[in-house]
Design a protein around this ligand. Structure first.
Ligand SMILES: [Zn+2]
Ligand SMILES: [Zn+2]
Length: 118
């Protein structure tokens, strides 16, 4: 198999939610992103934590794929370009459909709409 820099198709997702948000007391997110190199699950830039982008800055892992059900687009942090597709990654390829977006439902503050980053 060809190896593509920044992609490890065998790396399983770190979990079913943003790793940093779940490790905190009250973290929540709008949508989830998966690091294509190590499987880190982080939250998107509309989320208060923006942990997916933080993961790129911390590690230099350059590619992420949406971890939302039904989405298969990629993002290249180096070029800030969307990629329409990429190689298959280790399952699961999305968070469980029973979760909400934003989520997790039991952590969303009443005013979450005003906390979304635009
Ligand atoms: Zn997060
Ligand atoms: Zn990573």
């Amino acid at each position: 198999m060809d190896t593509i820099e920044g992609i490890d198709p065998t790396a399983a997702p770190s979990g079913d939610g943003c790793a940093e948000c779940l490790a905190s007391e009250d973290g929540w997110w709008v949508a989830l992103r998966r690091c294509a190199q190590c499987g880190h699950i982080g939250c998107c830039d509309s989320s208060p934590g923006q942990h997916a982008t933080a993961h790129f800055h911390e590690t230099g892992h350059p590619l992420m794929r949406s971890f939302e059900p039904g989405q298969d687009w990629w993002w290249d942090y180096r070029t800030e370009q969307t990629l329409a597709s990429g190689p298959d990654l280790a399952p699961p390829t999305a968070r469980s459909a029973s979760q909400t977006s934003p989520g997790p439902a039991d952590r969303l503050p009443d005013n979450w709409r005003s906390l979304i980053v635009h």
